[in-house]
Design a protein around this ligand. Sequence first.
Ligand SMILES: Nc1ncnc2c1ncn2[C@@H]1O[C@H](COP(=O)(O)OP(=O)(O)OP(=O)(O)O)[C@@H](O)[C@H]1O
Ligand SMILES: [Mg+2]
Length: 344
Amino acid sequence: MSEITLKDITKVFSPVHQRRTATEAARAMASTGASKSEILGATGCTLALHNINLNIAEAERCAIMGISGSGKSTLVRLINRLIEPTSGQILIKGDNVLTMPRDTLRHLRRHTVSMVFQSFALFPHKTVRENIAYGLVIQDKDKTTISEQTEKWVHAVGLTGYESAHPNELSGGMRQRVGLARALAISPRILLMDEPFSALDPITRTEMQDLLLALASNLSITIVFITHDFNEALKIGQRIAILNDGKIIADGTPRDIVSNPVNEDIRQFVQSTHWPGHILAKELMEPLSANTLTAKNALCVQMDETLNSILRKIGKRMPQITVVDETDRPIGIIAPQVLNIAPD
Ligand SMILES: Nc1ncnc2c1ncn2[C@@H]1O[C@H](COP(=O)(O)OP(=O)(O)OP(=O)(O)O)[C@@H](O)[C@H]1O
Ligand SMILES: [Mg+2]
């Protein structure tokens, strides 16, 4: 069963006056294929999301990518109902979030779903320790558990020694470490992250991405990670959905996304030299099947070899690539067109 299911979700933001009639008019226009700007011009409403269908599996890391205004924050905030959809269904492990009684929804927000924001959203008057402990206090955990869990997460995010500092004494990267620890301290099943690293400098951003991946590898947690950065989406997402004008225009593995670029921006990115070097051979390969033809002169690469390393080996030529496991057994091939380089 999916951890998170969005079914036919549409979200229209309408002006306060004549809310219902304007919303209905906007929805009717959307269903006939009108664009976001046509709808805005005719009804004064913003079509933030239109007919979104998304299933996110348990413990999957799903990156949602799109440019500013494409609907990313709206989508992620619908999941824990910080925003109500205009129509459609939202299910968490099969439970309908939209019809949940108030106390079940409160329980979901306190125990199951955590959020990390781009702006950190820390409590300025609380210390690092108090910020991280916050969710546990709200959960009514006993003092010993709160103290043990808080110390564990202070350490896990590398903030030992800063327990008594206040947010204004910390750098941006350190603040987001607090944000991440606070979110994870409640042991959520789902972590929603809305551009959590976008405000950080490139080096700190890379450190935080690595920290998130290291922490996630030890937890069974579903992550919905919003970003406008393709490289970041490829690094974090085991699966990537691309939003454009409130619609999902692509949804697949990093390999699907780079091998079938859905628009000119992605095509240019894929063809540029800024290749996402951290993609691994096993993520790019097509698994071997009975009718896969393997070339005799294929280049063999290890399944955990990065794309950067592979590209260094092949230079400008492009042989077929055979991916092998730890025992050198062939397990897949990477076809030339996947790397978008002309074959030999
Ligand atoms: N509360 C609101 N009232 C009216 N319109 C809104 C509201 N929130 C969002 N919108 C509109 O909905 C659309 C999607 O906004 P959203 O914030 O989800 O985009 P985003 O992809 O997160 O953008 P960014 O990358 O800038 O954060 C935009 O056109 C925005 O103007
Ligand atoms: Mg946003």
